[in-house]
Design a protein around this ligand. Structure first.
Ligand code: F6P
Length: 347
């Protein structure tokens, strides 16, 4: 069997451990051949591939990004795209596909399976942790580790100057990175898309701290959170008018707008920092290396069993398989329980 492997969507730490595990397990126990598809679904349209063997996946476990490259290509938005991709699979003699990605990439995989009977299995990737059907995606732990360290560093400079520091983290529709790094780093206010706070609420929390002698604050905000005012006015902050192939807007900048508003209302000194792609780059944590490795091994076992249209997933401490539809049809958002835990430490 010739198994194609591709990585799609935004890169994240842990992609290489998955690729390595798929190939190592597949060579060892099933004697499969592997074709790496470059630049996600784009590589399938262009038949841009490489051979993946033992040597090719050596020395990549700790390396960030993806050795295959990635892109945000939506086959279903390209005229004749899906048919062309299906033909490429035939011409390249690829029998089965391991698609590693978030909701967009796995959404394409789901359609290829349902509409064209392509033999595909998925692996859940995203720093945002917003995929349903799994407890955690790989890449999230590394992003939280980086954001937590940033909050720690911002604390000491905030305290030294009696300043308010606003730190913007990623998280398009889900505030998981903000909640987890905010709890871990002891942020004084956490702002997520799921549990909106008005700018006046945020300032009240900061002033409450001031009143008890804490003359600094760290505010951790998800890029996807909206700016709200008690008047009912609302603002979504975008980095540009660009929309990607899946219709996603380009977020970024909510932290600096929020910082300006806090300064206007409190009159205090405020600074802002945006972590952006720093959260996506570099070496994966041990947890993402191990999770990625377990997902990769499971994915190739699913190929061997013919579990098409499914995705490797984490449930408790077990790696299981779930239908791709379970992963992509709804978003995994921050729950009330997590929000209540975070709130205990705010203000
Ligand atoms: O989906 C993951 C993510 O990192 C989001 O948090 C962020 O909004 C987006 O990707 C950025 O994507 P791009 O790489 O296209 O700028």
């Amino acid at each position: 069997m010739n198994v194609g492997v591709l990585t799609g969507g935004g890169d994240c730490p842990g992609l290489n451990p998955v690729i390595r595990a798929v190939v190592r397990k597949g060579l060892k126990d099933f004697e499969y051949e592997f074709t790496g598809i470059r630049w996600g679904w784009k590589g399938l349209l262009e038949k841009d591939t490489c051979k993946l063997d033992l040597d090719g996946v050596s020395g990549i476990l700790h390396v960030g990004g993806t050795i295959l490259g990635t892109s945000r290509t939506n086959l279903f938005k390209i005229e004749g795209g899906p048919e062309k991709a299906v033909n490429s699979l035939k011409e390249l003699k690829i029998d089965a596909l391991v698609a590693i990605g978030g909701d967009d990439t796995l959404g394409v995989a789901k359609h290829l399976y349902e509409e064209f009977k392509i033999q595909v299995v998925g692996v859940p990737k995203t720093i945002d942790n917003d995929l349903s059907g799994t407890d955690y995606t790989f890449g999230f732990d590394t992003a939280v580790f980086i954001a937590t360290e940033a909050i720690d560093r911002l604390h000491s400079t905030a305290a030294s100057h009696e300043r308010i520091m606003v730190v913007e983290v990623m998280g398009r529709s889900a505030g998981w990175i903000a909640i987890m790094s905010g709890i871990a780093g002891g942020a004084d206010v956490i702002v997520t898309p799921e549990f909106p706070l008005t700018v006046e609420d945020i300032c009240d929390l900061i002033e409450h701290r001031w009143a008890r002698g804490k003359h600094f604050s760290v505010v951790c905000v998800s890029e996807g959170a909206k700016i709200l005012w008690r008047s009912g006015e609302k603002k979504e902050v975008l980095a540009s008018d660009e929309v990607d192939a899946f219709g996603n807007v380009k977020l970024g900048g909510v932290g600096s707008v929020l910082a300006r508003e806090i300064k206007r209302i409190t009159g205090r000194e405020v600074r802002d920092t945006t972590l952006a792609y720093i959260q996506r780059g570099g070496s994966p944590t041990h947890r993402d290396r191990v999770l990625g490795t377990r997902y990769g091994v499971k994915a190739i076992e699913m190929v061997a069993k013919g579990e098409w249209g499914k995705m490797a997933a984490l449930k408790g401490d077990d790696i299981v398989s779930v239908p791709l539809s379970m992963a992509v049809d709804t978003k995994h958002l921050v729950t009330k329980e997590w929000w209540e835990l975070a709130q205990i430490f705010m203000g």
